[in-house]
Design a protein around this ligand. Structure first.
Ligand code: ADP
Ligand code: MG
Length: 421
């Protein structure tokens, strides 16, 4: 587990003057003679998660990785690796934590030029505990370099040097792998080898934090963040995670349609993250806001989500939840789009494709709601003559293709939500 809390990293502007390319790009904020390489960053990486970090040059990616890797200390804020706060510990302790917990893979390899491949790996063993040449050779063999153990870095190709780097990163069996543009200097074939190795480490349960410029490479991760000027500008979850968040948004939409308030701990969402966790993420993403549970007594009517009935029997939750959650305008827009895709898909399957198995229609609609593009959704809507309701009678939120005639129902659903606040 990596927990970063309000971390900033300042460098003296003097160092910055030496780096002209960043100066030209203006990828920094500078005041009073300092460069704010990281600006009040908070981030949580769960154990076994694969996080990728993207962002323009100079946005603070390497600084962040180096802080997590105990190569440096933050100017302010806290960094926890498991239960240890590493932001204030001595350099000796930092080195110890680094050797025990972290494996580094750098774009520039950072191999010692006058040591052979196997000696480079053994050096990492030395810093950790004691050297073991057999183990170091075996590590090289697992990255396909069994026959290159006694070559110097200069006698190895870029891809081979990177694999020595990976063997070195893994030799002490670290829980955390930090990779700063690990495929930046590699040809396609070696890139594939390195990515396959990273995926193996992920499967083994190691935590991976990877900086990359390549959006395709970034997508291998569970989650992507983008840094701009030392801040997290954008966060994207992997497909599976996003779908889970969408399920919760959908549930909140249907509750609002029924005039019910959404309370965390009363909501039960099939196949999704624990709702409270999903809500936390969605608050961070600006889809949802929460308010404390009202002291005034209020009832909860049981209701049936007509579109999910086939798959998910409605649980009758008892009692009051901890807090009330509401969709923000952004959340409402996203939830409305999911519902629209789902209900249009149901119409399509029922009316045009004459599918009659409720559960088949439901299953397919649950898939379509995540994959239809806005264009395809509008085409289906137009093809079906802009239907107002799904086959179960629930309203279909109108889209841009529906014109003014449907404006009324959009306002109705929106104000429904408002009236509960
Ligand atoms: P990235 O990896 O996203 O390209 P870095 O983390 O390397 O960005 O750098 C972020 C900012 O901090 C840049 O403006 C860079 O010039 C500055 N910086 C990084 N390291 C130092 C340093 N040791 N001394 C001074 N400035 C630095
Ligand atoms: Mg960098």
């Amino acid at each position: 587990m990596i927990q970063i809390k309000s971390v900033s990293k300042l460098y003296p502007a003097k160092g910055f003057a030496e780096n002209e390319s960043n100066n030209r790009n203006g990828n920094f904020s500078e005041s009073a003679g300092v460069i704010r390489a990281l600006d009040d960053i908070s981030l949580h990486v769960t154990s076994g998660e694969w996080l990728s970090i993207m962002g323009p040059s100079g946005s603070g990616k390497s600084t962040l990785v180096n802080l997590i890797g105990c190569l440096d200390r933050p100017s302010s804020g806290d960094i926890w690796l498991d239960s240890l706060n590493v932001s204030g510990i001595s350099s000796t302790e930092l080195a110890r934590v680094r050797a025990e917990k972290i494996g580094f893979i750098f774009q520039q390899f950072h191999l010692i030029p006058f040591l052979t491949a196997v000696e480079n790996v053994m050096l990492a063993q030395y810093f950790h505990s004691m050297t073991d040449e057999k183990e170091a050779s075996d590590a090289l063999a697992t990255v396909g370099l069994g026959d290159r153990a006694h070559h110097l870095p200069s006698q190895l190709s870029g891809g081979e040097q990177q694999r020595v780097c990976i063997a070195r990163a893994l030799i002490n069996d670290p829980k955390i792998i930090l990779a700063d543009e690990p495929t930046g200097n590699l040809d396609a074939q070696n890139e594939e080898i390195v990515l396959r190795l990273l995926r193996e480490f992920h499967v083994q349960g190691r935590t991976i934090v990877m900086v990359t410029h390549d959006p395709v490479v970034a997508r291998l991760a569970d989650r992507r963040i983008e840094l701009h000027h030392g801040k997290i500008a954008h966060e994207v979850f992997s497909m599976a995670d996003e779908e889970q968040l969408d399920e919760v948004l959908e549930e909140m939409w249907v509750l609002a349609e029924h005039g019910e308030i959404a309370e965390v701990e009363r909501m039960e969402v099939h196949g999704a993250l624990p709702v409270s966790l999903a809500i936390e993420k969605m608050i961070d993403m600006g889809f949802v806001v929460s308010t404390p549970h009202p002291p005034a007594p209020h009832g909860h009517k049981p209701f049936v989500n007509p579109c999910h009935e086939a798959l998910k029997p409605v649980a009758t939750s008892m009692g009051d939840g901890t807090m009330i959650v509401e969709l923000t305008p952004r959340g409402r827009e996203r939830a409305g789009n999911i519902i629209r895709r789902h209900r249009l898909a149901e119409r399509l399957f029922t009316d045009s494709l004459a599918m009659d198995s409720e559960s088949e229609i439901e299953q397919q609609a649950c898939k379509f709601e995540h994959i239809l593009s806005p264009e395809a959704t509008d085409k289906i809507c137009t093809f079906l003559g802009h239907p107002r309701t799904c086959p179960h009678g629930a309203p279909i939120p109108p889209g841009p293709c529906c014109g003014k005639s449907s404006e009324f129902s959009r306002v109705t659903v929106g104000s429904n939500t408002e009236s509960q606040t």
